[in-house]
Design a protein around this ligand. Sequence first.
Ligand code: NAI
Length: 287
Amino acid sequence: MINTVNDIKTVAIIGAGTMGLGIAQICAMSGFKTILFDIEKDSLSKAEKAIIGNLDKGIEKGKVSEEDKAKALDLISYTSDIKSVIADFIIEAIVENLDVKRKVFLQLEALNADHTILASNTSSIPITKIASVLTKPERMVGMHFFNPAHIMKLVEVISGAATDNNTTELTVKLAEKLNKTPVRAQDSPGFIVNRVARHFYVESLKVLEEGVTEVEGLDRLMETSGFRMGPFKLMDLIGVDTNYSVTESMFRAFHEDPKFRPNRIQEQKVNAGHHGRKSGRGFYNYE
Ligand code: NAI
């Protein structure tokens, strides 16, 4: 039974990609026994390397000690066997696809105890829709981290139509324990940040499509005017494929409102496998 956040001992992260590895890192650094699961063994080994790299960077900057690193690494286990994903709190960070997420949550619900909270890091898919196939949708919640997850403070905590209060409040407390700043949101496509930020990407792609300026020019302009990263650098960091799936999903959710229309330039990059930093090439070349 999970009454308070202190009853949460084991956290499992589903998906060891861009987001999953950072979420696993902060869970372990906050003292939780952490299981990182992925269907791809290659993703798991890349994630392990990236976590060690992040911790080493933290040591260089004087933010992490050698002891913190050793303790965190000791708490993380890596697996591609879903049967070993037994935890008090599960955070899913796999592809932005409703059917795939539902299938994984159904498996996780069947494997885990009644008290286990099921959270999705989805950027845009309504929590209510994912939860509707579950036996206990009241235990499902949105827990939306930002990239890079081990650095960015904000976490949106999203209540679906069936999410009970206890689930939402425990998720807020867990986010605080992970040293994050939780903000509650109701279940609406793209929640808060992605709904507002979508125009940053969509409009920038339109500007590119119309030949008004080039990738580097627009990025430089936005950075000079105060943005930390221009839209194309940011899409490369997020993952061009993930960013595209989020736009597609929001376009559908808002009944094909043209202001969310996905752009063919981005679609072509996805088809070419130019997914940004993680694939070595996106709007920029990282090879
Ligand atoms: P990614 O493409 O970097 O990683 C996804 C991982 O999930 C891969 O390692 C893949 O092997 C694994 N996977 C795919 N299907 C699976 C399955 N059925 N079971 C287990 N593992 C599976 O994706 P990323 O960018 O980490 O996104 C994951 C989720 O987080 C998406 O829902 C996305 O919308 C959300 N998100 C992404 C952000 C970003 O900046 N990339 C920011 C916030 C949320």
